[in-house]
Ligand binder design. Structure first.
Ligand code: FES
Ligand code: MG
Length: 564
């Protein structure tokens, strides 16, 4: 068994190693730590509280509980800050900063003297960033999530961020909810600490972290305010100490097989489209690539079993009470690779051998009686998206699955804002709304792919239309929306060639999205595309220069396994 290094980890040796150790211990003593504790193994705790991150309001208490677990198991806890990303407080989009947080996490795990690390994240981009960083740092690591928010109440109805934020806003736009009521609802949507209350990106990623084996079993869905969340934090601290004695590095946990398990879980959850990008980025750190064919094969074999918003009815608090990930994984067992291991060194088979006390079948359906017989997401390809696009069929209108319509094109976010509500906009309910130039290279891939229904159609009662872009949408959104079109329009993807009035055909059955324009004409139009200029300085310049497309997880080219 390799000896833990404790504070001696990564001691710089500029000639006098003993002096370096003396100096480090002396400075550690200034934090009031007794000499005996300085000899213990060290568990870092990546902490992410921020006045700009409501979802992480409970992090200080979680740090305390993790520390308790670490101390009780005989090691020294050392919390350290990293970048924190609060989804709705970042401009132009939190997605731009996921890779920054991943770099920060990787480098601070590597540079500071720790034998293992507990990563505390929750809000959408934070768990992907921490997992990307941890996989690349490859030091023993345990992911702990902040947990989902509890619901609020409004006139007898339960409300949860942020699917209900969208449905209320849509009613307000359509004129069925007035200004007074929307002001009241504002205070009833997000009523506790923790991440969005539905199966959005944060909850999906929490479940995928557990499916990968990077979080302790049964911890993904515990509500943020529940006492068991603190118990899970304490246990995560203890597990991190366990990983020092019996080192299991992330490269043994995040494997092709565990990534496939995570993808199965994503499908069965009816989970967020964003998770496809994040999982590709995490897997990419190990050189693992999820092809569109594999994604579709898994989707076609895996039923949606979890009945939560935005796809179904319930909230994350219901999922937890219903049996959570333990219950879901047992239903999926025949489809899973059971020899994958988790942060406790247990195989999935061993975990699933333990009996479950109870499952609420109205929330977590039996395999034979699913919410939907096929998985929530499909990858499309075709002349409009040669490298693929993502469609969340579970959150879409089946009547639009096989459809053809006239394109109504917006060339960017400003154009969209200017014209979408124009009463003179030439748009009909069976048109296809197209938004260009919101891909990773052009705009950092904001969640603008959920184009609003033009006001005049919304007021006429139109609830859904086919909408296409190279951007993303929020994991809490719903609608017939084609996302992540690759290559993106700004670097010459065919999406850039679409003009008002062109015909576009969507076929979910054939998994195709096609621009019905002659190939030569598409090529001629694309020759006129002018890519956005290189930026001169700073992180955004680095971003534009090195960001990969959605199928590679929008990671930076120099951070993937191939980039090493
Ligand atoms: Fe943080 Fe939704 S805003 S999870
Ligand atoms: Mg979100």
């Amino acid at each position: 068994m390799p000896k833990p290094h404790g504070l001696d980890n990564g001691l710089t040796n500029y000639g006098d190693r003993d002096f370096a150790r003396f100096l480090r211990r002396s400075f550690a003593r200034s934090m009031g730590i007794s000499p005996g504790l300085l000899d213990k193994p060290v568990v870092g705790i990546a902490m992410t509280p921020s006045g700009f991150n409501n979802c992480h309001r409970g992090v200080p208490e979680l740090v305390e509980a993790v520390s308790r677990g670490v101390l009780a198991a005989g090691a020294l806890p050392r919390p350290f800050p990293t970048v924190s990303l609060g989804e709705v407080f970042l401009n132009p989009t939190s997605m731009v900063y996921r890779n920054l947080m991943a770099i920060d996490t990787e480098e601070m795990i590597g540079a500071q003297p720790m034998d293992a690390v507990v990563l505390i994240g929750g809000c959408d981009k934070t768990v992907p960033a921490q997992l990307m960083g941890a996989v690349s740092a490859n030091r023993p690591a345990v992911q702990l999530v902040t947990g989902p928010m509890s619901t609020g109440r409004h006139r007898g109805q339960r409300l949860g961020a942020c699917t209900d934020c969208r449905s209320f806003w849509a009613k307000y736009r359509a004129g069925t909810v007035d200004a007074d009521e929307i002001a009241t609802v504002e205070g009833r949507l997000s009523v506790t600490q923790g991440t969005c209350a539905v199966m959005g990106t944060a909850s999906t990623m929490a479940c995928l972290a557990e499916a990968l084996g990077m979080s302790l079993p049964g911890t993904a869905a515990i509500p943020a305010v529940h006492a068991d969340r603190l118990v899970a934090a304490e246990a995560s601290g203890r597990a991190a100490v366990g990983l020092i004695a019996n080192p299991i590095t992330p490269d043994r946990i995040v494997t092709e097989r565990s990534v496939e398990n995570a993808l199965r879980v994503l499908m069965a959850l009816g989970g967020s489209t964003n998770a496809v990008v994040h999982l590709a980025a995490i897997a990419g750190r190990r050189g693992i690539r999820i092809t569109n064919q594999r994604l579709n094969a898994i989707s076609d074999e895996t039923p949606v079993l979890v009945d939560l918003k935005p796809v179904g009815e319930g909230y994350m608090e219901d999922f937890h009470a219903a049996g959570g990930m333990g219950a879901l994984l047992r239903e999926l067992k025949p489809l899973l690779h059971l020899d994958t291991i988790d942060v406790e060194g247990r195989t999935l088979a061993e975990r699933l051998d333990e009996p479950l006390d109870w499952v609420d079948r109205s929330v977590i359906r039996p395999f034979g009686d699913p919410v939907s017989a096929v998985g929530g997401l499909v990858a499309l390809s075709g002349s409009l998206a040669p490298d693929g696009a993502i469609f969340k069929r579970a959150a879409a209108t089946p009547a639009l699955f096989e459809s053809e319509g006239r394109a109504v094109v917006f060339t960017g976010l400003d154009d969209l804002a200017r014209r979408i509500d124009d009463p003179d906009l030439d748009v009909r309910p069976d048109d296809v709304l197209v938004l260009q130039n919101i891909g990773p290279h052009a705009a950092g891939m904001p969640e603008a792919g959920y184009l609003p229904i033009p006001r005049k159609l919304a007021q006429a009662g139109v609830k859904d239309m086919v909408r296409i872009s190279d951007g993303r949408m929020s994991g809490t959104a719903f609608g017939s929306i084609v996302l992540h079109v690759a290559p993106e329009s700004a670097i010459g993807g065919p999406l850039a060639a679409v003009r008002d009035g062109d015909r576009i055909r969507l076929s979910v059955k054939e998994k195709r999205i096609d621009l019905l324009v002659e190939e030569d004409e598409i090529r001629r139009r694309l020759a006129e595309v002018v890519p956005p200029p290189a930026l001169a300085r700073g992180y955004k310049a680095l971003y534009r220069r090195t960001v990969l497309q959605a199928p590679e997880g929008c990671d930076f080219d120099f951070l993937t396994a191939e980039g090493h």
